[in-house]
Design a protein around this ligand. Structure first.
Ligand code: IPM
Ligand code: MG
Length: 357
């Protein structure tokens, strides 16, 4: 297979971790005789510095013409000035919107080898396997916003809007994902307070009753969900929710497996290229030190192989290689909890070596 993969390394540790994922994809290409071509483009803070724009049109065009996109991370203190006219994050939101990537898949999967790195007790997390589907191109992230006034009357607002169509398509995708797993779906909202959540709840229930009557379905309020995730994470299979709730709950859930450094995500639309990235951020505090954990990005590359290129065996091989290096005892600093650790490149090399075997 030939595939054209766009790389968006971005800021902070982004370039370091994307480099390792590319080495892994190259190893996959060699072992399975594919031909992957890579081209790197600007996004985020580095793009603001070089072009004044967090997402230049050239990047959007390259992404549209690609088979899949692998992104590192965007943002950092250098671009945090609240009065700046644009921010790195705006580039990420815009690429999601431009490519219609409405479904963000965030699997929360435990690695047996890392269970004791979790801040939670083994008996609570053992057996946890959750797939979050976060709606990614609607809701409060994209609602009308503004600010004005002065003194105590100065105000800012941002509206949360969902349409029935937006709710239907993400709920359908989540229900289909549930059918391929444990056949259970939980929808998370704040219908006791928010009007868009009441619409979400009504439309979701209708889709489930009419199209997926055999999928076990329930609804949970977002504040209660925050609690259940810590208390009984095993009880959930697929979870579907809106943009902001999904952002918050997936950071929370990412602590279950022990490190944010292990979790990949896929953003998919209807046709067109998907975008794959670690769910962690740019970690500016450790950027350039060669100590970042590249495994979330390596696992994002595995999702890319599976979802955008339909290369299931190759994706499995990458995931197995990651499990093996963990079983071999290799840990980056985020996982080592005070014991010996390896750097970003050594971790990448270990995965490449395992893939070659
Ligand atoms: C994420 C991130 C982004 C988001 C930021 C960087 C804009 O937190 O992908 O979860 O809020 O969606
Ligand atoms: Mg987030």
């Amino acid at each position: 297979m030939k595939a054209n993969i766009v790389l968006l390394p971005g800021d902070g540790i982004g370039p370091e971790i994307v480099d390792q994922a590319v080495r892994v994809l190259e190893a996959v290409a060699t072992r399975f005789q594919h031909s992957f071509s890579f081209s790197s483009h600007l996004i985020g803070g580095i793009s603001i510095d070089r072009s004044g724009d967090p997402l230049p049109q050239e990047t959007v065009d390259a992404c549209r013409a690609s088979d899949a996109i692998l992104l590192g991370a965007v943002g950092g203190p250098k671009w945090d000035d609240p009065s700046a006219k644009t921010r790195p994050e705006a580039g990420l939101l815009k690429i999601r919107k431009e490519l219609g990537l409405f479904a963000n898949l965030r699997p929360i999967r435990l690695f047996d080898q890392l269970i004791d790195s979790s801040p939670l007790r083994r008996e609570i997390i053992e057996g946890t396997d959750i797939l979050f589907l976060r709606e990614l191109t609607g809701g409060i992230y994209f609602g009308e916003s503004g600010s004005g006034g002065s003194g105590d009357d100065e105000s800012g607002y941002q509206s949360m809007i969902y349409t029935a169509g937006e709710v239907k398509r993400i709920v359908r995708l989540a229900a289909k994902a549930a059918q391929g797993r444990d056949n259970r779906l939980t929808s998370v909202d704040k219908a006791n307070v928010l009007e868009p959540s009441r619409l979400w709840r009504r439309v979701a229930a209708q889709v489930m009753a009419e199209e997926f009557p055999e999928v076990q379905y329930d609804v949970v309020l977002v504040d209660a969900m925050a609690m259940h995730l810590i208390n009984r994470p095993r009880d959930f299979d697929v979870v579907v929710t809106g943009n902001m709730f999904g952002d918050i709950l997936t950071d929370e859930a990412s602590m279950l497996p022990g490190s944010l450094g292990m979790l990949p995500s896929a953003s998919l639309g209807e046709g067109g290229p998907g975008l794959y990235e670690p769910i962690h951020g740019s970690a500016p505090d450790i950027a350039g030190q060669g100590i970042a954990n590249p495994l979330a990005t390596v696992l994002a590359a595995a999702m890319l192989l599976r979802h955008s290129l339909s290369l299931t065996e190759e994706a499995d091989a990458v995931e197995t290689a990651v499990e093996q290096v963990l079983a071999d005892g290799l840990r980056t600093a985020d996982l080592a909890r005070g014991t010996d650790s390896v750097g970003t490149e050594a971790m990448g090399s270990a995965v490449v070596q395992r893939l070659g075997q």
